[in-house]
Every structure is written in C-alpha cells, then in structure tokens.
Design a protein around this ligand. Sequence first.
Ligand SMILES: Cc1cc2nc3c(=O)[nH]c(=O)nc-3n(C[C@H](O)[C@H](O)[C@H](O)COP(=O)(O)OP(=O)(O)OC[C@H]3O[C@@H](n4cnc5c(N)ncnc54)[C@H](O)[C@@H]3O)c2cc1C
Length: 427
Amino acid sequence: MEAKKKIGVIGAGISGLSCAYELQKAGFDVTVYEKEATPGGRMNSRTQNGFVFDTGADHLCNLYDTMKAYCNEFHIVWQKMAFNEYGVIKKGKIIRLVDAVGRFSQFRLVVQYFLTKNVGDFFFLNDAVKYDTDNARDFMLRRTGKEVVDYLVDPFVSTYQFHRSNEISLGALYGIMNSVAKDKTKWDLHRTRGGMKALPLAFAEKVHVRFRDPIKSILGGDTVVVQARDEQSYDAVVCSSPATVTNRIYSNPTEAQKTVLENTRYATTMSVVFRVPKASLPNVSIVWVPYVENTAISGFVNESMKGDECIQDGTTLLSTWLHEDFAKQIFNLSDAEVYERVREELAKVCTWVARKEDFVPHDLERWEDAMPVFAHGHLSRVKTFLEHGQGGNNVYFCGDYLNSPWTEGALRSGVRTAQTIIDRFAE
Ligand SMILES: Cc1cc2nc3c(=O)[nH]c(=O)nc-3n(C[C@H](O)[C@H](O)[C@H](O)COP(=O)(O)OP(=O)(O)OC[C@H]3O[C@@H](n4cnc5c(N)ncnc54)[C@H](O)[C@@H]3O)c2cc1C
C-alpha cells in the first residue's frame, strides 16, 4: 500500500483547522503548527472573572451555513442571541439603524438595492471579481449621496472591517447588498455556546496540532521543508497564516504567490472591553459609530445579548472596536493608557452609561492584522492567484483574504483549499 501523503498546515485558525480536518478525513497524514498555546487565531475566547470574552470575532450569523454544518457534526450548540437590534450614532445620540438616514436618502438606497448586480454568494466573493472595478465609497456617493455613505456605508465597513469605505471594492459591496436583500432574516446574530473558541477547539481535538511551535521558514519544492522547533519535510504545505506572515516566512514564492502576498493589506484594530452595569444598557446588540461622529471608536457591542456567559453580578461586558487610525496611534501604549484613552472616547458615544467611572476595564487584545482589506483590485489579484499560484512549489494558501471576510469566509477557504489538494493528489 502507498504511504500516506504528508501535509503540514501553518496556523490553527479556523481556515487552517478546517483544511487540516478535511485533508485528514481524505486520508492524508496531517500536522498543524500553531505559534500560540491555543487554537482559533482571530476566532478565540478568554474566560476571566466568570465572563467569556471573545477576543477577536464576536458574533456569527445564521447564514454561516458551512459553520453551522460543522457545529452540528460536533454537537456544538448554535444559539440565537437574546436580542438582535442595531443602533447608530447620529448627532451624538444613539438611534435605531432604520432611522439613520432621511426619507429621500432611504428612497435612493432602495432604488440602488434594485439595481444591485447579482454576484451570487457573499461567502464566495471570487464570483464578484467582475465588479472589482471601483470602490464602494465613490460608487455610493454618486448613487445614493453623502448621508447614506456617512451613516450607513462607511459605519458598516468601519464597524466590521475597521477601515473606511474608500478601501472596499464594489464587488464586495454588491455581495453584501445582494445577501441582505436575499437572506434578510438569516443575518440574525448567533453564537456558539462556550464562545468563539468552541468550534476551533473541536477541530483541534480531531487533528494533530503542535502548539507553541511557530514556523520560522518554508522552502517550497518537490518536497517542502519547514523549520519550526525542528526541521520537517512534507509533500505539500498549507499556509493559513495571515498573508503578511506567510510573506515573511516563505522564502521562494512563485510570482503569482508573491503578488497576492505582497499586496494584501490588513486593517489594524483593538478589542477593548469594559464591565458596565447591565441595567444601564437597553436591548440593543451593536452600535455603529460613524467616523463623522467619532474618529476613535468604530463600534461597540452589548455582550449581554449572549446571555449567562456574559452577565455576572448585575454587570455585563461592552466590547469596543476602534477605527484603524486611532488604533494605530495608541497601539503601543501600555494597557492602562489604552483603557484610559478608549474610555474617554467611549463615554462620548455610549451615552447609556452615565458616568465615566462606570466603564471598568476588563480585558483587551491588540490586532495588528485584524481584517484583510478587500480594496478595489484585491479580488482580481486573488482570482489570478487561485488560477495560477495555488500549489506552486507544493505550497498552498488559505484564509479569509482569499475568499471573503469573517469566520465563515475563512472556514470555506480552508475547505476549498483542502479540496484543491485532494484533487491534485488524485491526478
Ligand atoms: C477584532 C475582530 C473582530 C472580528 N469580528 C468578527 C465577527 O464578529 N464575526 C466574524 O465572523 N468574523 C469576525 N472577525 C474576522 C474573523 O475573526 C477572521 O476573518 C477569521 O477568524 C480569520 O481566520 P483565518 O484562519 O483566516 O486566520 P487566523 O485566525 O488569523 O489564523 C491564523 C493562525 O496562524 C497562526 N500563526 C501565525 N503565524 C504563525 C507561524 N509563524 N507559525 C505557526 N502559526 C502561525 C496564528 O496564531 C493563527 O492561529 C473579526 C476579527 C477581528 C480581529
């Protein structure tokens, strides 16, 4: 009998783990290398003082079909949030999202919905490449005007991507608009019981992961040599690390691989969390903070929507994300200074909490490579990479930057890369 093909996977985030799991099921001998002590990467949770804090990704949507299927397979409880209401800041006040813009702007937005091109599935953005022709901000300014851009388009992008809407491709915007129109109710917020780490942990129990074992270098070829605690050779290697990291550690990428690695930019943010009196917060899940209202805070989340795991002794957590330029300004300050700078800004926009002292510092996480930027041009480079670069030198890539944003985009990218390898080795 032929020996099993050996595959090394760099990174135990959700894309690397789903890829490793599918390869192992297909009969490959798989080893995952993870630099940290726990799996999950940007999909992780930490428990402190009884609270579960999701350090990166914070919530999931009911339209994450692939993720739901794995949760089902692993008996992970997929829970609807206790409430699902959005707010936005306008003229210093928190108002409902549906009231963010006036009647005329609403009308222009509805017209634009009807004109939106069908790009298929948002979690398969590679199909949207033919609309990678403009950026969302300029396009929406022309079609719907400044009010829609300032109070809906830009805050949506900066709450979830941390950068501004001039850096998101029209193809990605069409993907979101299609999906909101088509799958409206499926955007309901959900979570996995136990926090974001539940699914990565379940995957990591099923595959062989070498924790605290960062890859220092990769040399592609007929066999791929990786240098970690020791040197190992593989028939193929999958890099699920962020493109910036892969670019540093992979010494001989092909031209098509180099182009996608060198041109992928990530937005920076921080998750800064405070404990606040639960009774002070209404049942609003997430508040978007437009840049025109506050240039520091991009959004905040009322974690009591997650139920018992986020409510203790009459308090809950308020998770705060930052606009990229502010995050960069304070990135290297001490934790105490970060809490103080963020608390000052948060008190200006989270008017539910009466006194600054009621925001009690709880936890924080710095994310230099928080979110890949799907700027105009990125989807086209990814398409070229998938057609000409994937598997060059027997090195494969997966991750959110190669499909679509967020955990579902990353997960599906991992599954797809596994399938590409399975097909190649079957040839
Ligand atoms: C603040 C924040 C909020 C977010 N909010 C949401 C949300 O609400 N909902 C949602 O669906 N998504 C959200 N996301 C996005 C989501 O977290 C990511 O898209 C997804 O988790 C990316 O998964 P990945 O596997 O591609 O990458 P990663 O999770 O980054 O995995 C890469 C892994 O590689 C490891 N690694 C890096 N270098 C090495 C090395 N040299 N050797 C070995 N291992 C290495 C890392 O430690 C990591 O575990 C958020 C992200 C952030 C940062």
